[in-house]
Design a protein around this ligand. Structure first.
Ligand SMILES: [Zn+2]
Length: 145
């Protein structure tokens, strides 16, 4: 699914066509999303505890993910999400303005860079040990005398 939690989407077909809202739940298994204010259903909620009152609650129902389009946060247009790769990191991009849609993306790139740097640190440690050994050698020589 190209639609993710907290995305802004616009409904393109059905009773709520044209309505914009935020994705508040996703179900990749059923390929459905729940959009704020879309597909309102009345649900009877029965009182389960002493201080509760039985009432009818209006909640959003799930709609098929193919009925919505992602709205780009920077150019505010309904878009077909484009997949891009930064190294091995997959991320979603707006095809119209090129904005990156995944907020976690910048953090993932940082983490990937850290991983790349990790082996270098090991090399540095080894180099330090070698230095320590070379320093230790004359000391050993002195103790043998
Ligand atoms: Zn855009």
């Amino acid at each position: 699914m190209n639609v993710k939690l907290n995305d802004n989407v616009v409904v393109i077909t059905g009773k709520y066509a044209g309505k914009k809202g935020k994705v508040i739940a996703t179900s990749p298994k059923n390929s459905t999303v729940v959009v704020e204010g879309v597909n309102i259903r009345k649900k009877a909620k029965k009182a389960r505890k002493a201080n509760e009152v039985s009432k009818i609650v209006e909640t959003e129902g799930p709609i098929d993910v193919s009925n919505v389009m992602v709205v780009c946060p920077s150019c505010d247009k309904a878009i077909r999400v484009k997949m891009n790769f930064e190294g091995k990191i997959k991320h979603r991009v707006c095809p119209k303005c090129g904005a990156v849609l995944d907020k976690a993306f910048a953090g993932k790139v940082k983490n990937a860079k850290k991983k790349e740097e990790a082996p270098k640190k090991r090399v540095r440690k080894r180099a330090k040990k070698e230095e320590a050994e070379t320093v230790a050698e004359p000391a050993n020589g002195n103790s043998e005398e």
